[in-house]
Design a protein around this ligand. Structure first.
Ligand code: NDP
Length: 282
């Protein structure tokens, strides 16, 4: 039986309509949520992501600024720009588009963003809050993926969740979020022995690997919720980490690529920016 589609576009449209209403209410109180995106260099994929973030801001009535810096920008110049945005009251969210050119230190740059404006949720303070179950900014991709899982309506308590990938921006925070939902969580990575033995146990399977069609149908438990975070370019086409055509015959729920987690990630960025603006009134 074919799986039900978890459509990131449909979910995002509904969520963005709610966000737009909240933005309008905030504007009546004199605050327009503002997002600043810093783009260093000319990476083509980054250009697309940045454009989509601007479109999201426009759709929801937010103020958005894109700061384009040349490839040869120095660490000092980049950090100076971030500090200026930290002090700009019209900006509630700051995002440094990754990857940065190789000569720049990503971790050092991200650490300069004040945690209240870290709408990507990458700052160690926000990552630490998540780990400790405290209120902070949650990274957009795992936050969006969890929202999609929740919208299946399936009770998560006691379920086996397997996350493939352990990056700081996707795999690890995803595992923590699923733990908070009372799933029993396994995190797999490149050194995991017999990966398929783990994935086949998963009621919820999240793939964040970065390898096209890596999760095949024989690795999936019948009836599973399958969340595909991967974005891979193959012959000019964007494909996920999951072999969608075959896995959809086994899973009960599945996200498409494109039109799945990627779309929700930007929606969560808008949500985080809105919440950052709301906190300035609290
Ligand atoms: P990273 O490269 O940082 O992490 C990849 C993870 O996959 C690592 O933990 C790695 O293990 C693991 N891995 C690699 N090979 C294997 C293997 N053979 N078996 C099991 N695990 C393996 O990537 P990200 O987490 O940043 O991103 C993952 C994917 O998600 C990418 O395709 C990226 O483009 C996409 N992405 C999508 C977003 C969206 O908005 N939809 C946002 C962010 C990312 P190890 O740690 O041992 O090296």
């Amino acid at each position: 039986m074919a799986a039900q589609l978890l459509d990131g576009k449909v979910m995002s449209d509904a969520l963005r309509a709610e966000i737009a209403q909240k933005v309008a209410a905030l504007k009546e109180k004199g605050v327009t949520p503002g997002l600043a995106v810093i783009l260093v260099g000319e990476d083509p994929a980054s250009q697309i992501y940045v454009r989509n973030k601007g479109i999201g801001c426009e759709q929801t009535g937010m103020h958005s600024v894109t700061i384009r810096m040349p490839e040869e920008t120095t660490q000092q110049e980049l950090e100076g720009q971030i500090r200026a945005l930290n002090n700009d009251p019209a900006i509630h969210g700051i995002l440094v588009q990754l990857p940065l050119p190789r000569h720049l230190d990503e971790a050092a740059a991200l650490a300069v963003i004040v945690p209240e404006k870290d709408v990507d949720g990458f700052h160690v303070q926000n990552a630490g809050k998540l780990l400790n179950g405290l209120n902070g900014v949650v990274a957009c991709t795992p936050k969006g993926a969890l929202e999609m899982i929740r919208r299946t309506g399936v009770s998560l308590s006691g379920k086996e969740a397997v996350v493939v990938g352990r990056s700081n921006i996707v795999g690890k925070p995803m595992a923590v979020l699923l733990l908070q939902e009372n799933c029993t969580v396994t995190v797999c990575h490149s050194r995991t022995a017999d990966l398929a033995a783990h994935t086949r146990r998963a009621d919820v399977l999240v793939a964040a690997v970065g390898k096209a069609k890596f999760i095949t149908a024989d690795m999936v438990k019948p009836g599973a919720i399958v969340i595909d975070v991967g974005i891979n370019r193959v012959d000019g086409k964007v494909v996920g980490d999951v072999d969608f055509e075959n896995v959809k015959e086994v899973a009960a729920w599945i996200t498409p690529v494109p039109g799945g987690v990627g779309r929700m990630t930007i929606t969560m960025l808008l949500q985080n920016t809105l919440e950052a603006a709301e906190r300035t009134l609290a």
